[in-house]
Design a protein around this ligand. Structure first.
Ligand code: ATP
Length: 363
């Protein structure tokens, strides 16, 4: 918790467009200083929820508080929030410095304070000394940094970001994700970040809120989301999971394609179960070097394909029951030695704690 940030409380927020419910009874508490990502497929309501926080979209019902202040019907400019969008929204005819100073002007901050505050904000996004450049002279990544500096130059306690990195190429996007994470620590502001990219959400967030069809499906830490997906949808949306029909096999066991697997966590009460086999949780059983622990779950099948992906090899396995799963293996020579040739038998290991069984979603 910090003085520079504010907690956000969303209570039963809904938003209708005609008869369509874009946001359906969403309640969420965000801690002061927390970085929360709103993650979900296209049309799931992420931007609508961010708009409700920013005051750009009025909720049809429900309430929004920033700390003790009810802001539900407050216009955006009275909410004291910084906002960053995907398309920068910079003023092309103003210099970098003038763009960053814009919120200070709009807030009638004393003009004598502008140069120092603008300089500090630009330094924080590694654009120190760029005040007099024109926007047209900047690269896409630099423009997005200017947009970031403009969003926090007036020290807002809450910053809202809607896919701010999606226009950047992959390499720049990944380095900006790390920079944003560091920036968040220094700013101490609460950040709510919209993305449809689960890797991006995992990299940056303290917690992730997953939306589907306007409803909040799960709110958890990145690790918790992997370890305890609440539904089959979450399990397949986070990470690369294959969902296989599973039958109860007594106690903590499930039977998948004729193989019984032990599960460390209690099974869901639902009638129809699915095993979520996550690519990153599987390991090839080596002939001698691999873990020999009899408590590990073993799935046998045949190697269907091996694809070289630079830092890793993606191994596709057709299990004896016919289902297809995949795993990653280090691409170095030792990693490759563990993989039999295409068509050969292979055994993959799955720890009972990574054996995730979810209820089949109704929808
Ligand atoms: P994306 O990742 O594609 O931006 P999203 O999760 O941000 O999607 P929203 O933009 O919040 O989704 O939209 C949620 C739903 O509400 C969509 O089905 C969208 O078509 C609908 N919607 C959004 N704004 C309006 C509007 N002004 N009028 C009518 N329907 C709208």
């Amino acid at each position: 918790m910090s003085d520079g940030s504010v907690g956000v409380s969303i209570r039963n927020a809904s938003r209708r467009y005609g008869t369509f419910l874009a946001l359906d009874d969403v309640s969420l508490d965000i801690n002061p200083g927390e970085f929360v990502s709103l993650l979900g497929p296209s049309g799931s309501g992420k931007t609508t929820l961010l708009g409700v926080l920013g005051g750009f979209v009025m909720p049809s019902s429900g309430s929004i508080r920033f700390g003790a202040r009810d802001v539900t019907y407050l216009p955006p400019h009275k909410r004291d929030i910084g906002v960053v969008f995907q398309n920068y929204a910079l003023f092309p005819h103003l210099t970098v410095g003038e763009n960053v100073a814009f919120p200070l002007r709009a807030r009638h901050e004393p003009k004598s304070t502008w140069p120092e505050r603008v300089a500090r904000a630009l330094e924080m996004v590694e654009l120190g000394g760029y005040q007099d450049r024109s926007i047209a002279q900047l690269s896409g990544g630099q423009r997005q940094r200017v947009a970031l500096a403009r969003a926090f130059v007036f020290r807002p306690k809450l910053i809202l970001m809607d896919e701010p990195l999606s226009a950047l190429d992959k390499q720049l996007r990944e380095s900006m994700q790390i920079e944003l994470r560091h920036l968040h620590r220094r700013l101490e502001a609460t950040i709510v970040y919209v993305t449809h990219d689960q890797r991006e959400a995992l990299t940056m967030s303290d917690r992730i809120a997953i939306l589907r069809g306007g409803r909040l499906v799960q709110v958890d830490t990145p690790e918790g989301m992997h370890d305890r997906p609440a539904t089959a949808f979450v399990a397949s949306f986070i990470g690369e999971a294959t969902l296989l029909p599973a039958l109860r096999a007594g106690g903590d066991g499930v039977s998948v394609g004729g193989t019984t697997l032990r599960c460390a966590k209690p099974l869901p009460a639902a009638a129809r179960l699915l095993l979520a086999v996550q690519t990153e949780k599987l390991m090839v059983a080596g002939p001698a070097e691999g873990p020999q622990d009899p408590a590990l779950n073993r799935l046998s099948g045949r190697v269907a394909d091996v694809i070289y992906q630079g830092e890793s090899l993606r191994v596709f396995v057709t299990l004896d029951g016919g289902a297809r799963v995949s795993l990653r293996q280090p691409a170095h020579y030792l990693g490759r030695l563990a993989i039999p040739a295409i068509g050969d038998p292979i055994t993959v290991l799955l720890h009972p704690r990574d054996t995730i069984v979810v209820a089949e979603d109704e929808a």
